[in-house]
Design a protein around this ligand. Sequence first.
Ligand SMILES: [Zn+2]
Length: 450
Amino acid sequence: MSNADLVIKDGLVVIPGTGILETDIAVEGGKISALGGEFTGRKEIIASGRYILPGIIDPHIHLGIFGDLVSEMETETRSGLLGGVTTVGCYMGGPDPYYPSFSNTIAMTEGKVSTDIFFHLGIMTPEQKEEIPRLIEELGITSFKLYMAGIPGLIPDVEDGFLYQTFETAAKIGDGIIICVHAENPSINATYRAELQKVLTDGSLADWSDTQPNFSEEEAVRRASYFAGLAGNRLYFVHISAAESIRTLAAIKSANPKIFVETTSPYLSVTKFSSKGLLAKMVPPFREDASVEALWQAIQNNIVDTIGTDNVTQTLAVKQVEKGMWGAMPGYPALGTHLPTILNYGVNQRGVSLVKVAELMSKKPAEIFGLYPQKGTIAPGSDADLVIIDLDKTVKVDHRNLGSAGDFSLFDGEELKGWPIMTIKSGQLVVKDSQLVGQSQGKFLRRSIG
Ligand SMILES: [Zn+2]
């Protein structure tokens, strides 16, 4: 009998890429020290036959867009932790050079985040593009984002020439760097928006979807994939929403293994006909049922690599639904419901396997963004970030229990079946039955192109 800091007994351990093992997990110094074997723990958790997943990695969140960055580092990572998310990838942007000022943002995470965090930086100007090697070397940031279509009034679009040149810059650096792209055609969107503005002074959530048609996303996917094929860089499509894009990506991905696809848990569970109306206004918009089904099919067929949230923390006062379709802000908080929506709509309703869930929500985000195997699996040497789930637990969602600074949820009032019941971060039990029970100290994850 050896000693360990913590032993988790009697769980069904879901190991992405491997399967489900009935085994104990020993934890020492915040890392997994062994699977199986005879251990006595100074602390013990009895999992009672429940499934244990590697801590969820949400590769796509935003912090500080509408609220204070530092306070959202606290509230939103706490919301993530309550929902079984132990690592977040946060997009940051702005028109100014990042070096060296972004090191201050990294320093701000200290003592604030309760999940681990890594950053992706938006590349919007030639100066920022020139900074890329330095941002990798000196700040440990290896993922960058380009907006083929921005958010009108908030984020500018980039031209194709700039997009292609950034891809070439990335290709020269190699496969350690990854370029993320928001794929939509801004000219198509502008035309559709202008036409609708002539006839609609206000509109529904479904009308909002018509301002950014499905083919606008599909076309941009084709174009960016073509450029990436020529340049030779790794390319990651954020928040893919439309069936048309998925169909195209199935062909593109079979020809180019350097192309990766993310969708989001809201796109897998909400349509443009949602009863939440304009509260669900988003960019890209929610689509029709066929797209939701195509996304689930793409998860089964390995076309989708990762699932994020695109969490944008918002209050009703910021969202301003009362300003109507044109005036309401896009975005919603989604970290606290990320895993429950996938367990409800995917595992419980569609028979998606937990091994698949662990792959798309933990292993692949870790691999694609350079964090594997420190993150993304349950194996000796990996960080002891774990989530124990109860597939039968049913909870009616109430945003007040989700820990976010946002004061609404897309799922308020909806019963979701399948919830995390314990979150273990760096070997500490930090959430039990949706309550914080321990202090979690998250850290900035410095990456290298190794
Ligand atoms: Zn986003």
